[in-house]
Design a protein around this ligand. Structure first.
Ligand SMILES: [Zn+2]
Length: 257
């Protein structure tokens, strides 16, 4: 099976076919050499796409064959989850400065769900834990950066912390927490509260994910900067406090510094 310049190995074929079945269509893969640093692939939502559904995946043409296989599988899995109604987070063209924060927040819940699905097809999650932990250790060998609580860069780091904690094995998550506690105590403290809230609330279903995202939007004042995109409604919509009040009550959690 060939996608762009890469031939996918036979053992991925079963998984790939199941993804096509789940999607009901074959997305288009487009090479983009100008993807942001550290981004190997991403989904583009274009105006002409099906309501709430993208058919286009951009891939950096210079990624290695091994990475390409994972990128293709990973991005398609995002589409499968969107098809199932899991929400995503986007920014408007006027709020592009918040794109990194929206991207990270959009991944916080779907990546752990994706991990569980991929496990069923024999993907190696331990390898993810090991690689991520090495990256975190390397990042913490660099001098600390000042990140005042509540700023955009603090929120990006907070959502990264929560996202990786939900994906790491428990021993790796403990090491990650210790590193953050020493350097970024406010992120570690707030991150742990958010992780507990998400775990207690549950994030298995699209509705649970939507509820958690609304809660996070309200808690951190994200409404002016980002939108929650609910694929079931067909179009992105502004989240307003009035609308939030119609949602089922979420369990409240304490506020950090
Ligand atoms: Zn992803």
């Amino acid at each position: 099976m060939k996608i762009l310049n890469w031939t996918l190995p036979g053992k991925f074929e079963r998984f790939y076919k199941r993804q096509v079945e789940a999607l009901g269509f074959e997305p288009e893969f487009v090479p983009n050499p100008d993807l942001p640093k550290d981004v190997n692939g991403r989904i583009r939502h274009e105006a002409e796409d099906l309501p709430g559904m993208s058919r286009r995946i951009e891939i950096r043409p210079t990624v290695s064959k091994k990475e390409a296989k994972h990128t293709i599988t990973h991005e398609r899995m995002h589409l499968v989850l969107e098809q199932e109604g899991y929400p995503t987070v986007t920014v408007t063209p006027e709020q592009l400065a918040w794109e990194d924060c929206a991207t990270v927040l959009g991944q916080v819940l779907v990546h752990p769900i994706m991990d569980r699905r991929l496990d069923q097809y024999g993907f190696d999650r331990e390898a993810y834990s090991g690689r991520t932990l090495r990256q975190i250790r390397a990042a913490f060998r660099e001098p600390p950066i000042r990140v005042p609580p509540g700023t955009k860069s603090w929120l990006v780091r907070l959502f990264v912390y929560v996202g990786i904690t939900l994906r790491l094995s428990s021993s790796a998550a403990e090491e990650c927490a210790r590193l953050y506690e020493r350097r970024y105590p406010s992120i570690a403290q707030e991150g742990e509260q958010l992780v507990s809230f998400i775990r207690e609330h549950g994030f298995e279903t699209p509705l649970q994910c939507l509820d958690i995202l609304h809660n996070i939007f309200e808690r951190y004042g994200l409404i002016p900067h980002m939108q929650i995109r609910d694929p079931r409604t067909g179009a992105p919509h502004e989240i307003t406090l009035a609308w939030l009040s119609h949602l089922p009550k979420s369990k409240k959690h304490g506020k950090g510094d």
